[in-house]
Design a protein around this ligand. Structure first.
Ligand code: NDP
Length: 242
């Protein structure tokens, strides 16, 4: 069977991507860190769309855990392949640089950038052998323009963008595309405490986006029709200047 692995698939944008890719016929591996109930809810949603789904708990920032849990799944499923990887897991720890702690810097970098490195390495060899694959990295407007109060997050997402462009060039000849999707303000748990009414005034579309609007772009990049698009960053931000 053919699977798509979505890191941070239990909630928000990741969950919407799980449903989008299930609608495209993929079976889904729903990675999550600690929220088992939410992950099981995503599994149910995918199942109700007619595809197989499995929740896989591991912290993408913990390389040993990634190798142990994902490696065990791969060993137990020699006939199945992970054709699509969406590196979506991410956290924010916003504060001004002058008051940022090492822990705030490291946790954000280790989750987004470190997680992308470790999880991608774990699935890449099989994509190379299959001579087909799709990798989509969920970055951010912050990684393109930089956001005050988000030096750590902006660095993590900008790092992912550089890695996307480099890896795309390494593996394009094997029919594996690597792209990034850069959301602006999207309505999820991550943005729950933001003042949407005030911030919407700054957004040309005058509203936050939905997780489904991000997932639709991921779906297109994963589709066979998008095979000649690689190393790109596609913004989904309601017209905010990037
Ligand atoms: P949410 O906070 O709603 O969900 C975060 C998801 O990531 C959860 O599924 C969570 O799992 C998982 N996760 C967090 N840390 C880890 C970890 N160390 N290992 C594995 N899974 C982890 O976030 P969003 O849906 O809003 O964001 C998804 C992605 O989109 C992130 O990379 C974010 O940076 C990016 N983004 C979001 C924007 C927005 O406005 N919302 C804007 C731009 C980019 P669990 O449920 O177990 O906690």
């Amino acid at each position: 069977m053919t699977y798509a692995l979505i890191t941070g698939g239990s909630r928000g944008i990741g969950r919407a991507i799980c449903c989008q890719l299930a609608n495209m016929g993929y079976n889904i591996l729903v990675n999550y860190k600690g929220n088992r109930a939410a992950a099981e809810e995503t599994v149910q949603l995918v199942t109700s769309l007619g595809q197989q789904a499995e929740a896989l708990a591991f912290d993408v920032a913990d390389a040993d855990a990634v190798r142990a849990v994902l490696g065990a799944w791969q060993a137990a499923h020699p006939e199945d392949k992970i054709e699509v990887l969406v590196n979506n897991a991410g956290i924010r720890e916003d504060t001004l640089m002058m008051s940022m702690t090492d822990a705030q810097w490291n946790s954000v970098l280790d989750t987004s950038l470190g997680g992308m490195y470790t999880v991608t390495k774990q699935v890449l060899n099989n994509m190379l052998l299959a001579r087909f694959g799709r990798i989509v990295n969920i970055v951010s407007l912050s990684g393109l323009k930089g956001m005050p109060g988000q030096v750590n997050y902006s660095a993590a997402k900008a790092g992912m963008i550089g890695a996307t462009k480099a890896l795309a060039q390494e593996i394009a000849k094997r029919n594996i595309t690597v792209n990034a999707v850069a959301p602006g303000f999207i309505k999820t748990d991550m943005t729950e405490e933001l003042n949407e009414k005030e911030l919407a005034k700054l957004i040309p579309a005058q509203r936050f986006g939905t997780a489904e609007e991000v997932a639709a772009v991921v779906g297109f990049l994963v589709s066979k029709q998008a095979g000649y698009i690689t190393g790109q960053v596609i913004s989904v931000n309601g017209g905010l200047y990037a």
